[in-house]
Design a protein around this ligand. Structure first.
Ligand SMILES: Cc1ncc(COP(=O)(O)O)c(C=O)c1O
Length: 452
């Protein structure tokens, strides 16, 4: 089969999959999972036919997907993928660009600059900020936090590049008690130990209590949250960032999904003051519904970013604001193009609608489940709903039964010491009918679990 026929075949298989996402089991059954053993082959000595590889991928692989690209996947703030973002991704694959600089890919450079501009516009963050398209909120946090440390050291007349870390002024980090695990991981990778970190107590909603903030100074990185992973709550940015600015501390905001609340008029107030921070991370692949590996690290101190991230070499020099001089990667795919496509096609109003639509669905789910007798554990200010049923055992039984039904999927979590499950609304595909179906299913399962 020639290249174009193979791509056509992949496309028609992909189209069939997408057409079926509303009917597929949301989580694979035991039979489909068992079939995955077909991938446990030895490395072929002589390559297989390309069409056979594609057929195996589809015929065994497709049935073993979590249908996160469908309407009733409520796990992990994953979101589906917008048609235009998926379509743009196909073009990007055809182009196979290395999006490190204008020299490597004029088109990727120009489009990603536009996407960066629009992201600052729609999130209303300082327009002079550097924007790096990274693979995830995790790697973007790693980048931002490394820039933060280097810059705070520079302000202490310590040159990290020439002097290294040994003997450097101590940089401390203050984290919310319930900080996302990936921020802790980024700090660990950067060499921050537990003794370098203080935890700020949080209130019943999961927000730092400003009056209980540990001591901060000009050698402190303070991390805040726009969208706590369980409750979807927001730190009180205005008082917290004011305290940080008073002592010249660096403020980094993890807004992996919650920063998009800023793009919707009704929820924007949850983020008031966040624009005063120094750096922010957010994902496209969560609430903007772009394909995976699409995130941004944003930093108002563009020079600090390009100094920290410069990777010019004799064979590869480019401007300070080229992507390779703003982020961790040298060679990289043009991931910003799917964000550009999503923003261009949704427009400001479409992004606001997406956020509003999912927040309304979260309320509908909360109300329906509450009336059915479930306990709701959060205020539902955004798109997250924390739910339990009676005992821990019953809550787990219900979640497992929901997964086994194949109709919906969501994951477990622990909130304030209690086992609950977490439903996240972040897909453009989800309709009110899907919410009602979820409420009915959970209500029926509840009734049968309570009878046992
Ligand atoms: C609040 C929060 N921060 C950070 C992350 C990490 O994002 P990513 O999976 O893109 O690395 C997540 C992902 O679940 C999250 O919900």
């Amino acid at each position: 089969m020639n290249e174009l026929d193979l791509l056509n075949e992949a496309d028609s298989r992909g189209r069939r999959y997408v057409a079926s996402v509303g009917e597929r089991r949301v989580y694979p059954d035991a039979h489909s999972l068992a079939k995955l053993s077909q991938f446990n082959e030895a490395l072929p000595e002589i390559g297989a036919k390309a069409i056979d590889t594609l057929t195996l991928l589809d015929e065994v692989g497709s049935d073993a997907t979590s249908v996160s690209n469908g309407p009733r996947y409520f796990g992990f703030v994953i979101g589906a993928v917008l048609p235009v973002a998926a379509a743009a991704e196909r073009m990007v694959l055809a182009w196979d660009q290395c999006a490190s600089s204008f020299q490597n890919s004029p088109v990727a450079d120009v489009i990603e600059r536009r996407a960066a501009h629009w992201i600052l516009d729609i999130l209303d963050l300082p327009r002079e900020s550097a924007v790096n398209f990274g693979t995830s909120a995790s790697t973007c946090a790693l980048g931002c936090l490394s820039v933060a440390r280097r810059e705070l050291l520079k302000r202490q007349d310590w040159n990290l590049d020439t002097q290294g870390l040994a003997g450097a002024p101590e940089i401390r980090v203050v984290l919310p008690q319930n900080v996302h695990v990936t921020v802790k991981k980024a700090l660990r990778v950067l060499g921050f130990g537990e003794r370098d970190i203080s935890f700020a107590p949080v209130d019943q909603y999961g927000r730092i209590e400003p009056e209980k903030l540990p001591r901060i100074d000009s050698r402190t990185i303070l991390c805040l949250q726009a969208g706590e992973v369980n409750t979807g709550e927001f730190d009180l940015f205005e008082p917290l960032i004011k305290q940080a600015k008073n002592v010249n501390a660096w403020v980094h905001v993890d807004g992996a999904f919650g920063l998009w609340a800023r793009a919707n008029g009704r929820t924007r107030c949850l983020t008031d003051g966040v624009e005063q921070a120094d750096s922010w991370t957010t994902d496209g692949h969560k609430w903007l519904n772009t394909p995976y590996d699409t995130a941004v690290g944003i930093c108002r101190h563009a020079t600090a970013v390009s100094e920290a991230m410069n990777s010019d070499a004799v064979y590869s020099t480019s401007s300070d604001d080229s992507q390779k001089n703003l982020g961790l990667e040298f060679s990289r795919r043009a991931r910003g193009i799917s964000m550009w496509a999503a923003l261009r096609t949704l427009g400001r109003a479409g992004v606001a609608d997406l956020v509003e639509h999912n927040c309304g669905q979260a309320q509908r789910l909360k109300d329906g489940l509450e009336s059915a007798g479930f306990t709701i554990h959060n205020r539902v200010v955004l798109n997250q709903v924390l739910v339990s049923l009676g005992s821990e055992l019953q809550t787990n039984m219900l979640r497992e039964a929901a997964e086994a039904s194949g109709e919906i999927w969501f994951g477990p979590t622990v909130w304030q010491g209690k086992t609950v499950f977490r439903l996240s609304l972040s897909s453009w595909r989800t309709t009110e009918g899907d919410i009602d179906r979820a409420i009915k299913l959970l209500t029926d399962l509840r009734t049968s679990i309570l009878k046992t």
